[in-house]
Design a protein. Structure first.
Length: 427
C-alpha cells in the first residue's frame, strides 16, 4: 500500500465487487479506517484482522464468510435483522463472491500481506459427514451436531416451552412465545382428532424435548410414544414427562423412524423433523408412517419448505454449521409423496409469518442472555445461532422460505375419512 493508504482503501474495490457499487452498511477495519454508505447505516460490519481475508481466499464465497464470522474476525454491530436486510436489498443478484470477486480477494490479500497459510476452520464447524446420504448412522451424526449442544442452551434460546418449531400467534390472545407454542400444539392435536376422543394413541416423530407429547397427554388424555435420535433430547424429555406426572401416558424412545415397525397408532405428528429426512427418503418415510396408522388414522406433517426445494450444501453456512445434510422439500412434492403413500390429503396450512415472529423471539432471547449462552456453548456457537436465526426470519418474511402443515388421513374401506366438515369444527 502507499504511504497514506489505509486498510479501507485496499478493501473498497473488493467490497464493491462483492456487495455492489453502493454498500448499505458501514465497515470498520483493524487499523480503524472505515467505509461508510451515502445514507444512514443500520450498523457496522467490523473486520477485525487479516484472518478474515485469509478465510475468503482459502474458501471463496459463503463458507469463507461464515468462517470469518464464526471465528470472530468479522462481527456485526447493530440490529442484525436490519443489517442483513440492507445487505440483501442493495447487493446485486450476481453478488456472490464469484470468480471476479474471489480474484479481487486474492489481490487484496496480496496487497495487505495477508496471503498466509490456510487458517483453521472454527471448531464449531461440522466436518463433512461420511457414508451414503441419509443412512441411520449418518443421520445420527448430523442430528447430534445440531441438537446435542446442551439442553441449557436450548432452554435459554427457546424459553420455558422448550419447543424448537414454529409457534402460532393468535390475535387477541396472550402474545407470549409460550402461549403461541401451546396454541400450535393444540391446533395440531385438534387437527389429528385427539380432542374428539380421549385415550387415542399418538406417535410423535422427532419429539424433541417432549413438549408436544406432554401437551397431548395432559390436555387430551392421549397415550403417546415420542421418538428422537438425539440422546440429549431423550434425557431431558423423559425428565420433563416424569415431572409432569405423565410417565404412565408418555413413552420417550431413543429410536430412528425406520425402526418403527409392527405397531398401530391413531395419529402421528411430525413437527420440524421432515427437513432431516431428505428427498430420496421421502417416499420411504411416508410409507413407514402410513403402515403405522390404522384406517382413519391421521398424519400431520409440519415442515419448512422452499419453492422448488433446496439442499443445504456442504459449502453453505447452513449446511456446514447448522443443519448438515438438511433438505427443504417443496410443499407440492410433500403432498404428492403423501398421496403416493396412500394418504388422502385433507388440509394444507401455510404459517411462514408465524415462523418469522418465532425466530425474532428466539434471537431476542439469545441476545438478552448472550454472556450465559457463550459460557454454555462457546462464542462461535452463539454466533452461528444468532446469524442463522436472523437470516431465517428474513427468509420467512420475504417468502423465500415457507412452512406448511399438511394433514393426511388413511382411507377407510367405507370411504368415510372421519373428518370434520370444516376447519371450524376441529375440536
Amino acid at each position: 500500500m502507499g504511504e497514506k493508504s489505509t486498510i479501507a482503501d485496499a478493501f473498497d474495490p473488493l467490497l464493491r465487487a462483492a456487495l455492489g457499487p453502493h454498500p448499505a452498511l458501514s465497515f470498520q477495519f483493524w487499523d480503524g479506517s472505515t467505509i461508510r454508505p451515502e445514507g444512514d447505516s443500520p450498523g457496522t460490519m467490523r473486520v477485525r484482522s487479516e484472518d478474515a481475508l485469509r478465510h475468503l481466499v482459502w474458501a471463496p464465497g459463503e463458507l469463507g464468510l461464515a468462517r470469518a464470522f464464526v471465528s470472530g474476525t468479522v462481527d456485526l454491530d447493530g440490529d442484525i435483522f436490519a443489517m442483513l436486510r440492507a445487505l440483501q436489498s442493495t447487493a446485486p443478484n450476481d453478488a456472490r463472491l464469484g470468480v471476479g470477486a474471489a480474484w479481487r480477494a486474492v489481490g487484496t490479500a496480496r496487497q495487505l500481506g495477508a496471503l498466509g497459510r490456510r487458517p483453521q476452520p472454527p471448531p464449531e464447524e461440522a466436518r463433512p459427514l461420511r457414508g451414503p446420504l441419509h443412512t441411520k448412522r449418518r443421520d445420527a451424526a448430523a442430528i447430534s451436531h445440531h441438537y446435542d449442544v446442551g439442553n441449557d442452551f436450548y432452554r435459554l434460546v427457546l424459553g420455558p416451552s422448550m419447543t424448537y418449531s414454529c409457534a402460532r400467534f393468535v390475535p387477541g390472545e396472550d402474545g407470549s412465545l409460550e402461549a403461541a407454542q401451546r396454541a400450535k400444539h393444540d391446533l395440531i392435536c385438534r387437527k389429528l382428532g385427539l380432542a374428539e376422543q380421549s385415550g387415542l394413541r399418538l406417535l410423535d416423530v422427532g419429539c424433541g424435548w417432549g413438549s408436544m407429547a406432554i401437551h397431548a397427554a395432559s390436555t387430551y388424555g392421549a397415550q403417546v410414544v415420542g421418538v428422537t435420535i438425539s440422546s440429549a433430547q431423550v434425557e431431558l424429555a423423559r425428565r420433563r414427562v416424569a415431572e409432569a406426572g405423565l410417565s404412565g401416558s408418555v413413552e420417550i424412545r431413543l429410536a430412528d423412524y425406520r425402526d418403527l415397525r409392527g405397531e398401530q397408532f391413531d395419529a402421528i405428528s411430525s413437527i420440524g423433523m421432515f427437513e432431516h429426512v431428505g428427498t430420496q427418503r421421502a417416499a420411504e418415510y411416508f410409507d413407514i408412517l402410513r403402515a403405522l396408522l390404522r384406517p382413519g388414522g391421521r398424519l400431520l406433517n409440519h415442515a419448512i419448505s422452499s419453492p422448488g426445494g433446496s439442499v443445504m450444501g456442504n459449502r453453505s453456512f447452513i449446511g456446514r454449521y447448522v443443519f448438515p445434510d438438511g433438505e427443504l422439500v417443496d410443499v407440492g412434492e410433500v403432498v404428492l409423496a403423501m398421496q403416493c403413500a396412500g394418504f388422502e390429503v385433507r388440509d394444507v396450512e401455510a404459517m411462514r409469518e408465524h415462523y418469522a415472529s418465532t425466530l425474532r423471539r428466539w434471537v431476542a432471547n439469545l441476545e438478552d442472555g448472550w454472556e450465559q449462552a457463550v459460557s454454555l456453548v462457546s462464542e462461535g456457537r452463539a454466533r452461528i445461532w444468532r446469524l442463522y436465526m436472523a437470516a431465517s426470519a428474513l427468509g420467512f418474511e420475504d417468502g423465500g422460505l415457507g412452512i406448511h402443515q399438511v394433514l393426511g388421513v388413511v382411507p377407510q374401506a367405507t370411504g368415510d375419512a372421519g373428518m370434520p366438515a370444516t376447519r371450524r369444527d376441529w375440536g
